[in-house]
Structures are given as structure tokens and as C-alpha cells.
Ligand binder design. Structure first.
Ligand code: TRP
Length: 334
């Protein structure tokens, strides 16, 4: 039986951190054997809010590729590729853009929240938002449908993108009287989200509150030592009332493959300082093999580029097949 097709991706706007690792990479690894996976480094999407920093996006393409491979993505099983190298995605985005109203895009909750965060780029009321940024969900629908993906592992914030993709698919099939694409389903990871080490809801580069997969052990320990906690003294798992210490317990539980409610029992009687030292040591131990693999890859950038080239070729075959079906359906197969 043919395997179902899986596509997911990351924006190369920074290297990946442990939030990405537990929230999405682990899930990705677990699905690698049972699906036909496509993993995209979404440079075109990263440019929608970094169009003025092309060197940053370029540098992070290899970083994100190396993070994925070091984490265990096997380029023989998964086609790891760069979005901009598949021009059929851009072409499909143009065709799809006729099927989506500007109002629908303006109402997308994830896009709305991002516009509000990026005042310096898009204005305090979002009055300077670009056509490209507002439209990135359309381009994301093309990312997914170009390989005719069935399943898309993502975080919760991406659910509106999947809903839009299904709407576009239905509309496309209806208007052009065809049946080319599956209705792609999101696959949410069951790992809980790790908060930033400063207590904010998300790890992110701009907040400087993340442990990167590529951080060295000293930097990692320093970040954990500096992580925000509360003025309590006992280690408990109570995310509602004691969110920061609970977040560290959660991280401890994840690296020990335990439930936080059980992990907390190991930690009884420890003070915060001792717990943080233990957490840093254990996290460094957990990440050591990944980091060793990553160091090997860093020493061989040409090898990483070859793997991306292998991925590009695999996606290209599929993308050409899809776009020719699309052109026929749209009567532009001259
Ligand atoms: N929007 C995703 C993010 O910000 C990245 C992404 C781009 C993606 N294209 C995709 C995810 C296609 C899933 C499918 O993380």
C-alpha cells in the first residue's frame, strides 16, 4: 500500500531550539517511517517578514537543515528541501490567490497576531502590512498541495492555515471540475509547549529566552541558571499557579521521558539552584549525541548542500506532476 504523504516545514529565521525539538522534531522523527515525508526549509515564507534581511534568511537555511538532520531526520527517508528551489510552489500560489478573499486573510488569527507583533515592520495599526505577508497563508497552501500532502504535523497556531488550505482545495476542485488534491489534515504533537526561560509563553530568538540545539553545554547551563523562577522554594508541578518552575519540571520530564507529575517526585527536597544544575547537566547529556552530529555537519557544509540537492530533485518530480494537472484543470496547458 502506498504511504501517505506528509509535509511540514520551518521558517529559517533562526536556528531551532528545544521548544522546536520537543514540540515538532520529535513528532516528525516518529512519523518518518510510516509516511512519505517532505520537510521544507521555508525561506520564501521567512522572507515575508524578513525581506529586508536576506542574509539572515540565507544563513539560517543551512542552520535549520543541520538542526533537522542532527535531530535524526534521515535524508534518505525524508526529502529535505529549500522552498525557493521549487518554482512550481510560486506558480501555484498565484493560481490559488484568485480563490481567497482579502477579508479572509485579514481575519486569519495567526496572521493578525503576527501583524500586531511586528509593528516596526507593518505599522502600529498594521497599516503598512504587505501583500506578501498578508498572503503567506496562500503560499503555505501551495507548499502543502504541491506534493499533494495528506498530513501536516504542526503546532496549534498553524490550524488556521490548514483550514484555509482545505477551503482552497475544495474551491479549486469545484471551480475547475477536478479532484487533484487530498484534503490535508493537521497532526498536532501531543508534547506540551515549553515556555520561554523568562516566563513568556513561547521560546523565541527575539526574546533571547531559548536554549538552541546548537548551544554549547556552558551556554546551556548559564541559560538554565538564569531562568526565571518564583520566590517559592519547593519544586512542584503546578503550571497554573507556579508556571516558571513547572516549565522547568516539564523540561526535566521530557528529557527523562516521564510525566511531570512523576518526575517531580525525583526532585523532592532539592532547592532551585541544585535542581537547575541537575536539569542543565541532564539536558546537556540528552543533547550530546545530537550536538556531536551537528558539529560533524557544520564541518561539512558541502555535504549538507548535497543532501538538500537530493531533496530538491525528489520534490521537483512531484511538483512538476502536480502543476501539470493544475494547468490542465485550469485550461492553460497550451
Ligand atoms: N508557517 C510555518 C511556521 O511558521 C512554517 C511553514 C511554511 C509550514 N510552510 C509550511 C508548516 C507548510 C507546515 C506546512 O512554523
Amino acid at each position: 500500500m502506498a504511504k501517505k504523504i506528509l509535509l511540514t516545514g520551518d521558517r529559517p529565521s533562526g536556528p531551532l531550539h528545544i521548544g522546536h525539538y520537543f514540540g515538532s522534531l520529535v513528532n516528525r522523527l516518529a512519523m518518518q517511517d510510516d509516511y512519505e515525508p517532505y520537510i521544507m526549509v521555508a525561506d520564501v515564507q521567512a522572507l515575508t517578514d524578513n525581506f529586508n534581511q536576506p542574509e539572515k534568511v540565507r544563513e539560517n537555511v543551512l542552520e535549520v537543515a543541520m538542526d533537522n538532520i542532527a535531530a535524526g531526520i534521515d535524508p534518505k527517508k525524508s526529502a529535505l528541501f529549500i522552498q525557493s528551489q521549487i518554482p512550481q510552489i510560486a506558480e501555484l500560489t498565484v493560481f490559488f490567490s484568485n480563490l481567497v478573499t482579502v477579508n479572509t486573510l485579514k481575519r486569519n488569527p495567526t496572521v493578525k497576531a503576527e501583524i500586531a507583533e511586528k509593528r516596526d515592520l507593518f505599522g502600529s495599526e498594521g497599516e503598512s502590512v504587505t501583500y506578501g505577508f498578508l498572503g503567506y497563508p496562500v503560499s503555505q497552501a501551495a507548499d502543502i498541495t504541491i506534493v499533494r500532502a495528506d498530513i501536516v504535523p504542526v503546532g496549534e497556531d498553524q490550524l488556521p492555515m490548514l483550514e484555509l488550505t482545505r477551503e482552497i482545495v475544495e474551491k479549486f476542485h469545484h471551480i475547475y471540475d477536478c479532484d487533484i488534491f487530498p484534503r490535508p489534515q493537521a497532526k498536532l504533537s501531543d508534547a506540551p509547549r515549553i515556555m520561554g526561560l523568562d516566563g513568556s509563553s513561547k521560546m523565541s530568538k527575539s526574546l533571547n529566552n531559548a536554549v538552541y540545539l546548537k548551544d554549547n553545554p556552558e551556554v546551556t547551563a548559564e541559560k538554565i541558571r538564569a531562568a526565571k523562577t518564583d520566590s517559592g522554594s519547593s519544586i512542584t508541578y503546578d503550571p497554573k499557579n507556579r508556571p516558571e518552575i513547572s516549565n522547568l519540571v516539564m523540561l526535566y520530564a521530557l528529557i527523562h521521558n516521564a510525566k511531570p507529575e512523576d518526575a517531580v517526585k525525583d526532585l523532592a527536597g532539592m532547592n532551585y539552584v541544585a535542581f537547575k544544575e541537575k536539569l542543565a547537566t541532564d539536558l546537556n547529556h540528552y543533547l550530546a549525541p545530537l550536538r556531536a552530529k551537528r558539529a560533524e555537519l557544520e564541518a561539512k557544509p558541502h555535504y549538507v548542500k548535497e543532501l538538500l540537492e537530493m531533496g530538491r530533485k525528489r520534490v521537483l518530480d512531484k511538483a512538476e506532476e502536480t502543476i501539470s494537472l493544475v494547468r490542465s484543470a485550469m485550461k492553460i496547458n497550451y
